[in-house]
Design a protein around this ligand. Sequence first.
Ligand SMILES: [Zn+2]
Length: 104
Amino acid sequence: MTYETLKIELQERLATLQSRLSSLKKDATQSHSGDSAEQAQERENDEVVDAIGNETVQSIRVIQSALERIESGIYGVCDNCGEDIGLARLEAVPEATRCVNCAQ
Ligand SMILES: [Zn+2]
């Protein structure tokens, strides 16, 4: 059994998230307009961008750690009970660190 397919999928997801994050950062650093009503609206947008950004950063960390586990050869092993997580679960949730029983 090989995790090569999952690795490719994780790498693709990582690339997507990283490009999303860099476009979020670009939006956030764009100059703000002078109008005070628009500024208030922009601050709200910034908060939304922050929330999405934090979520994206979190997802990137999770995927990077899954890729590191693949590199270290410990991928697919439940970090709680040490049993195999199982390919079916990993195909559904490639970043899973726990088997179905322990995840609950
Ligand atoms: Zn387990």
